[in-house]
Ligand binder design. Sequence first.
Ligand SMILES: O=C(O)CCC(=O)C(=O)O
Ligand SMILES: [Fe+2]
Length: 245
Amino acid sequence: MTAALRRRKAASLSERIAALDWERISADLDTQGCATVSALLTPAECVALAETYSSDTAFRSRVVMARHGFGRGEYKYFAHPLPETVSTLRTELYPQLSRIANRWNETLGIDVRYPDAHEAFLARCHEAGQTRPTPLLLQYGEGDYNCLHQDLYGEHVFPLQVAFLLSVPGEDFTGGEFVLTEQRPRMQSRAEVVPLGQGDGVIFAVHHRPVKGTRGHYRVNMRHGVSRLRSGRRHTVGIIFHDAQ
Ligand SMILES: O=C(O)CCC(=O)C(=O)O
Ligand SMILES: [Fe+2]
């Protein structure tokens, strides 16, 4: 098979997103507060995205985490126009996730509802002065880590976000595990380490999520971060659906 034929036969990113098992993802998010999708990005897409890190024009700002007490390592927020892979992920993951987000808000008795199209949700952000794009590329070297945090950038918050591992664990880097914590009312916190391979994504709650208890649902507070890299270099791309002030 020629390379061109192989390319045509390979499903596009849109097709791969549409083919995801959303019932399973939805159930995992309900029970665990996170769900993984395996190899949604191809190795070529991962390498291409990771390589844009050195670009001067693709980004609107760079954050050196140690300067802000966020950890160690750095990240850059993409500028418009977003790379096609990032824009496709953001636009096409959103409609499925908005159904889960609306269901969660209903469960928690929160009045906010999310529109079906990402464009409509962005219009809401923009009207409130949240106009700057939030998708970001992160870069970690040996000894780097990302402190537990929540990606909140203003009044409007979409309750789910996604991070994709672009590097190959065990080969490009060691350590550097994705970590989630869940703070439960009047109980001790629960931690979850999410093993990821190259191109895998983790979908997780940004801030709050409903947990089923014996007497209805209650709200827990979520944070995410990355444990210390023992060696090598690790890149991830973060897809956050609300824009920033
Ligand atoms: O590098 C990671 O795995 C975490 C990235 C992150 O904090 C984010 O995508 O918001
Ligand atoms: Fe984050």
